[in-house]
Design a protein around this ligand. Structure first.
Ligand code: BYC
Length: 482
């Protein structure tokens, strides 16, 4: 079978020969109606009948894997797509390093593996739920289409994890697949599993920050899981990463376009001081200090997704060969971390300082460090736009101790520079660092839909190029009458 091509004949497009696997095919077909019901209930509200210019994966070949066409979202062909198998692949790290990669679940690690797959799976529908109301306030048809593209692909990523559960984890896999459709983002009784996925995404600046910062956690975690000795997980994650890149593109360019519009408007109005917030807001654009506060919030919420700095779970997952480091295959060491240490930022006697810890226990910290480096690349590009307009302002990522709810810094209050504050100081200064109610109200006031082809809301610049090289006035979404 040609693994690059996708079989589109059945209900579930796939490149895993589902046609020859009746048990799994039946299980997925049984799960399908519940998924569609979930999508209709919890997916983008108000646009289910609209025709959206979406890309669909038709191959897993790195060159030309997608095709673009108008689709009604509930009719999107969500499928099961794995990157090609590497013949003779070996487990790249941990105690089993050098043994043949597992094609079946290794019995002794079943529970640990299932937990990783379920947590990954849970984030995908969660993000769709968080974003479900945004369509109504889209700043353009271009952005509306990008939102929906992200949403349908998160849906596909749920399919990717559900396939692994149904194929490799028997009855409990089936139960977990059901439970993934039952939990709801933000629900007090049945919340999603990780903190950031229970927060609201109330406006488009939040959406772009989420896709920049939180989807990037997705990238880091998928890169770590793509190294897994369990080959089907590795192959699944490798293909998911190709889709994930677009989500971060949407986030990075979304924030860039907002910054650009703000800077242009400031220049046109002759305002050079970024702290003249009221004057800037009167121009119908988002002031730079508020953009900084949103970045502070989304960055800090996302850092929590890396878990505790020192983690036995992470050590076990690595030692067992299930979850590697970021791009493990490009690292030059023993891939077992015997006797190696890693500096971990900790709270020692009330002070934040580095302490060498066994590298195996510090893997969450290490992945988080790699994440921060990756985040800073795009932040640098945002700052370039501001500098080009001659405005004295720089977006900066806050200190990793700022506004944390998981790990070392949970019990302290730190400012964005990492200085420890008393509770009273924190309460007084919180609005300097995180969006206040007034900031939120202002942003909300800007969220007026702009649904005319080629038009954009006042607070965001048009993109440099269209999706699939379409012209500026292309009708990315043909909105169905309600
Ligand atoms: N919230 O040993 P620790 C994405 C729990 S995003 C709540 O440090 P570990 C996407 C933890 O479960 C990527 N609970 O944990 C992005 C544990 O509980 P138990 C998603 C938390 O396992 C945008 C206990 O605290 N994928 O794809 O080392 C849109 C001890 O913690 C949290 C993954 O995350 C939290 N934030 O690290 C769409 C990959 N953090 O088991 C999609 C799979 C920790 O003792 N997951 N806890 O009861 C993992 O690798 C790890 O489970 C974690 C946590 C990194 C999440």
């Amino acid at each position: 079978m040609n693994i690059a091509a996708v079989d589109y004949d059945g209900l579930i497009p796939n490149n895993v020969a589902l046609g020859h696997d009746p048990r799994v095919k039946r299980a997925l077909e049984k799960w399908h109606p519940g998924y569609i019901n979930w999508w209709k209930d919890m997916g983008p509200e108000g646009f289910q009948d609209s025709l959206v210019y979406l890309r669909t994966a038709v191959s897993v070949d790195p060159k030309g894997w997608a095709k673009f066409d108008y689709v009604r979202m509930p009719e999107y062909r969500w499928g099961v797509l794995l990157a090609p198998q590497h013949e003779g692949r070996k487990i790249p790290f941990g105690v089993h390093k050098g043994e043949a990669a597992w094609q079946e679940v290794p019995g002794e690690y079943r529970a640990m593996l299932r937990r990783l797959v379920v947590i990954q799976g849970d984030t995908e529908p969660a993000s769709v739920e968080q974003q479900r109301y945004l369509g109504k306030t889209a700043p353009s048809l271009y952005d509306l289409r990008n939102l929906f593209q992200v949403n349908v692909e998160e849906g596909r990523h749920l399919w990717a994890m559900v396939y692994l559960l149904q194929k490799y984890f028997g009855t409990d896999g089936r139960e977990e697949a059901e439970a993934l459709l039952q939990r709801r983002s933000g629900d007090p009784d049945t919340p999603r599993m990780l903190g950031a996925f229970n927060e609201k995404t109330p406006d488009w600046l939040s959406f772009f920050m989420f896709t920049y910062f939180t989807d990037r956690d997705g990238k880091m975690q998928l890169e770590a899981l793509a190294q897994s000795g369990f080959d089907p997980l590795s192959r699944t994650c490798r293909f998911m990463l190709t889709e994930e890149a677009h989500h971060m593109f949407v986030g990075e360019t979304g924030v860039t376009r907002i910054i650009q519009r703000t800077c242009e408007a400031m220049k046109e109005a002759g305002i050079s001081d970024p702290n003249e917030i009221d004057k800037v807001r009167k121009l119908g654009v988002i002031d730079l200090p508020t953009i900084q506060k949103k970045a502070n919030m989304h960055f800090s919420l996302t850092l929590d997704l890396f878990g505790n700095e020192i983690s036995t779970n992470a050590a076990n997952a690595f030692h067992s060969g299930l979850k590697g480091r970021y791009r493990e295959d490009r690292l030059k060491d023993d891939h077992q971390l015997d006797g190696i240490t890693y500096p971990v930022l900790r709270l020692i006697d009330g002070k934040i300082q580095n302490e060498d810890s066994p590298a195996l226990s510090a893997l969450n910290m290490r992945l988080r460090d790699d994440y921060v480096v990756d985040c800073n690349v795009g932040v640098g590009r945002w700052n370039k736009v501001i500098a080009e307009h001659g405005i004295p302002f720089e977006i900066k990522l806050p200190h990793v101790a700022f506004h944390r709810h998981i790990g070392e810094f949970t019990n302290i209050k730190a400012d964005v520079g990492g200085n420890v504050l008393s509770d009273a100081e924190w309460a007084k200064r919180r609005g300097e660092f995180l969006p206040s109610d007034g900031d939120k109200d202002f942003i909300e006031s800007l969220m007026q839909p702009q649904m005319e082809p080629g038009k954009f809301a006042s607070w965001i610049a048009p993109p440099r190029v269209g999706i699939d090289n379409k012209p500026g006035d292309f009708e990315y979404v043909k909105i169905a009458d309600a």
